[in-house]
Design a protein around this ligand. Sequence first.
Ligand code: SF4
Ligand code: SF4
Length: 396
Amino acid sequence: MTRFNFDLQTGETGPLTKAPRPDMVNLPLSGQTPLLGVDDQVLNGTKVSTADNDFDGDMHAPLSGRIREITPHAMRIEVTGDDKAPASAPCTGKGDELRQWLRDRGVNTRNLYPAQTLIINAVPPEPGISIFEPLLRDYRKTLEIGLDLVKRIVEPSKLFQVVAKGNKANAFANCTVTHVTPVYPNGLDPLVIKTVTGREIIPGSRPDDISILSVKDLYLIGRAAETGRPLTETVMTIGDSNQLVVVGTPVGFLTAESGASVQPGDRVVIGGPLRGLAAVNLEQGVDKDASGLHILRRSESAAVTDNPCLGCGQCERHCPARIMPGMISRCAEFKQFRRAEAFHIHSCMECGLCAYWCKAQRPLLQYIRLAKYELALLADADKEPRTETDATDGES
Ligand code: SF4
Ligand code: SF4
């Protein structure tokens, strides 16, 4: 099994480069409702789907071409060129008006709400992801434009920038720089919030008085404001380089362009090696949140097993949330999802350390994500009015 280097110091990074343009893009449609149909023509910037919730941004075609296929998971567009839809006028408003303007242009606005404290997270989220350095160094103006927009929504009275010790800070004006030890998982939002405020939050929750955004968030918001164009690119670490990648670019195309070959049994992971998600196939397109691409070689990764828990406690010793991943995994394994709440599953920040250290090589992170997914379904079902024929809630 590969011993990861948990160090978050990134050292010198080269400039951001533009990834080659693919001939086909597969736009992920999770949480989106398509607005167009098969055979429709699109321009770069045409809105193709709208988000199903109030936070996520809508989706736009990243290049011009024709829609060839729509499945529940993705919209496939055959690329014929880069003709652009007209740019829109900048938004001079603030608050909800500006928030809606950004959402309409594809920006995830989940963390854009009024809050007393605004935290800019500049700590790499995982080892091997170094996108923040070139952005902080070479795209200062874009970041400042992004920060200006964010301030018009959040209206903070305190601004913090959190960086890993040893990495370049390039601090923003009127902000307090806070350093954290450059070791994973110190860059995850709940731990960064704890460093700044001393408070522990439930991961994924929105504390009333704290808003946290990453340097990449600022960059993407800044680009939308600078260009008046929707968000159709993401920034990713691929191999040793940081690249601007068109959303929907197939992972197989990116690995081939980087000179890597994917062998049977290897996994292409979107994100970092500890928290990332394995692509289901090489055609899968990257989404706007993708920050890295890694090939996990078959020979380097531990085989996932259905071994029983040994009760060794290694997972608990390494859990930054101080919960019991082994017990939660057992609840998930035997479909006792509600029992997992008694073991504080919602405090899990999905760092993946428990799975890394598990002596029995149990797929702990997958069990935890499965249980969270099932609990969300149960919570939705609880909100539905029940009929007389409803006998059970689907859980033993
Ligand atoms: S993924 Fe595992 S180690 Fe990380 S917070 Fe969750 S339970 Fe703890
Ligand atoms: S590390 Fe694995 S085997 Fe050990 S207690 Fe945790 S889940 Fe069980």
